[in-house]
Design a protein around this ligand. Structure first.
Ligand code: SF4
Length: 261
C-alpha cells in the first residue's frame, strides 16, 4: 500500500481509465506497462483488452463510491497518462466530474463539522508528460483556477524535456508541482521555480537502470531550498525493493502545506 511506503507521495490511487503509449526517455521501463498491467491482468483485475497503446475505461471504477473512501493524497489515473491523446476529452471530463463531486461532498461535510473536529483535507493529484494538453484542458474546465483540492503535476526526466513541458505547467492556475522521475540528467529548475512542490526520484527496478548522479539531485534540492519550496526525495538508488532515501545524511519528505498522507 502506498500509504505504508515512505517513498511514495500517495496514500492511494484511483484508476477509472487505464492506458498509455511509451512517449519519452523516462517511459523505457514504464512501471505500469511492464509491471502493474501484466500483473493485474494475471490476477484477473483487468480485461484482456488492456494492452499498450489502448485506452480502456473501466466502468465500475467510475462509481463515486470507489473514490469516496480514499483519503489523504490520492493519485488520479496512475495507470497510464490521463492526458495521453488517445484519452478523449469526454473521458477526462468524466474523471474530473467524479473528483469534483467527491471533493464538494467533503467540503459540505467539513462545513458541518462540530467545533474542534479536524476537517478532511484530502487532495487529488494528477501528473502527466503531456503538459500542453493538461494546461489547455484545465484552463478551459476551470477558468477561475483549478480548485485547491486538485494538484497538477508535470513529469520530466532531463533538461530538454523540462524546457519543453514546464512552461505549460506554469500556465496552470492552481497547485503546480514538478515530478522528476526517473531523473536521467541534470535539470536546472531556476526558470520554473514558480511551483508549489518538487518531487524527485532515481530510476529503479531493472538490471539496466540508468544511474542518477547525486549532484543532479543536490542541484534540484538546493534550488527548492533557495526558493522555500517543499522537496520530496523518493529515492536515489537503483533498487525498488531496498530503496535508498537519504541525501546528505537525511531524508527529504516535504509536502506542500495542507497535504498529508
Ligand atoms: S507516460 Fe507514464 S504511463 Fe505512459 S508510458 Fe510513459 S511512464 Fe508509462
Amino acid at each position: 500500500m502506498a500509504k505504508n511506503n515512505p517513498g511514495d507521495i500517495l496514500t492511494s490511487d484511483w484508476n477509472p481509465v487505464v492506458g498509455c503509449l511509451r512517449y519519452s526517455a523516462g517511459c523505457r521501463d514504464c512501471w505500469w506497462l511492464d509491471g502493474i498491467m501484466p500483473w493485474q491482468k494475471r490476477l484477473g483485475n483487468l480485461p484482456a483488452t488492456v494492452v499498450e497503446g489502448a485506452a480502456t475505461e473501466i466502468e465500475a471504477r467510475f462509481d463515486p463510491a470507489k473514490l469516496r473512501p480514499k483519503k489523504g493524497i490520492v493519485g488520479v489515473v496512475q495507470h497510464g497518462d490521463l492526458f495521453w491523446d488517445k484519452i478523449p476529452d469526454a473521458t477526462i471530463a468524466r474523471v474530473l466530474d467524479v473528483v469534483d463531486q467527491i471533493a464538494h461532498e467533503r467540503e459540505e461535510k467539513n462545513a458541518r463539522l462540530p467545533a474542534g473536529r479536524l476537517p478532511d483535507t484530502t487532495k487529488y493529484v494528477i501528473w502527466t508528460k503531456r503538459a500542453e494538453r493538461m494546461a489547455n484542458f484545465m484552463e478551459h474546465r476551470y477558468p477561475q483556477g483549478v480548485p485547491a483540492y486538485l494538484a497538477c503535476g508535470v513529469s520530466v526526466e532531463n533538461q530538454a524535456l523540462a524546457d519543453e513541458r514546464l512552461p505549460h505547467l506554469l500556465r496552470v492556475q492552481g497547485y503546480r508541482f514538478v515530478m522528476i522521475e526517473p531523473m536521467l540528467g541534470p535539470i536546472d529548475l531556476s526558470q520554473y521555480a514558480d511551483v508549489h512542490w518538487v518531487v524527485l526520484g532515481s530510476e529503479t527496478g531493472t538490471d539496466r537502470v540508468r544511474p542518477m548522479n547525486l549532484d543532479w539531485a543536490r542541484q534540484v534540492r538546493d534550488l527548492t531550498k533557495a526558493h522555500n519550496l517543499p522537496f520530496f526525495l523518493k529515492q536515489v538508488g537503483s533498487s525498488h525493493k531496498h530503496p535508498v532515501r537519504t541525501l546528505d545524511g537525511r531524508t527529504w519528505d516535504e509536502f506542500p502545506e495542507g497535504f498529508a498522507k
